[in-house]
Design a protein. Structure first.
Length: 238
């Protein structure tokens, strides 16, 4: 077939193999166009994924660390903070997934998920499982042992606050004291003690808290003798 001088040549015919090869490229272009047609709009789709992953990491850390936060005068154990962060993470990842499914459906693509996408899904699943397990074990421990949290008065220099966690199981009892300062977070307890017969001396008022440069907490078992594992504990906020 010949063409007249100056006339445009007809476009080459595509074979089936080339159509299959070019389909992902066309789908990518459609996704790009659906997202707004600019690089900035494409980047704006990923904060849901990134923020959700960061919240998942923080949830796992909070659930397993045994930390404690002071919010509005109330003690919030790490597993509770982790549970809130995990819920936020799942919501954000769900939004990202729904948006991705809609774009994928709009593109008309027929290809299978890439290995990179599968690895990302696996990593997010493992992260979610780790966070859920950490928060779950903390919640189970508090429930089984009947843990109670108390914010003690008075506060120390710079608003440093002593927060006590007491638990008991059968004939044994245990307590932990946290020194919570600015910004209202204590990563680990400052001291622990154990008592017999499941007593909770702080709940019974058998303690004395004084402040100087730091804090001194004296805990007495049943109001008669010092607790076996702790008599006086020095508290210092970071």
């Amino acid at each position: 077939m010949t063409t007249a001088p100056g006339a445009a040549a007809p476009p080459p015919r595509r074979t089936d193999a080339r159509l299959k090869r070019d389909r992902p490229v066309a789908a990518a272009r459609e996704v790009f166009a659906a997202s707004g047609g600019s690089g900035l709009e494409v980047i704006r789709n990923f904060p849901f994924l990134v923020t959700g992953a960061v919240c998942g990491v923080l949830a796992a850390v909070a659930g397993w660390s045994g930390s404690l936060a002071l919010v509005g005068g109330y003690a919030v154990p790490g597993w509770q903070s982790g549970a809130v962060l995990l819920a936020v993470s799942l919501i954000l990842l769900g939004v990202h997934y729904v948006r991705g499914v809609r774009r994928y459906a709009a593109s008309g693509a027929e290809s299978m998920p890439s290995r990179r996408s599968l690895r990302l899904l696996l990593a997010l699943a493992l992260l979610t499982a780790a966070a859920a397990l950490g928060c779950g074990q903390g919640a189970l421990s508090d429930m089984v042992n009947g843990a109670e949290y108390r914010v003690l008065a008075p506060t120390g220099p710079g608003g440093c606050t002593a927060v006590v966690r007491e638990e008991s199981f059968l004939e044994s009892g245990r307590g932990e004291v946290y020194a919570v300062g600015d910004p209202g977070l204590a990563r680990t307890p400052s001291g622990t003690w154990e008592v017999d017969a499941g007593h909770r001396p702080v709940a019974a008022g058998s303690y004395e808290l004084t402040w100087g440069d730091g804090g001194s907490l004296t805990v007495r078992d049943s109001g008669t003798g010092p607790a076996p594992a702790l008599d006086v504990e020095f508290l210092a906020c970071p």
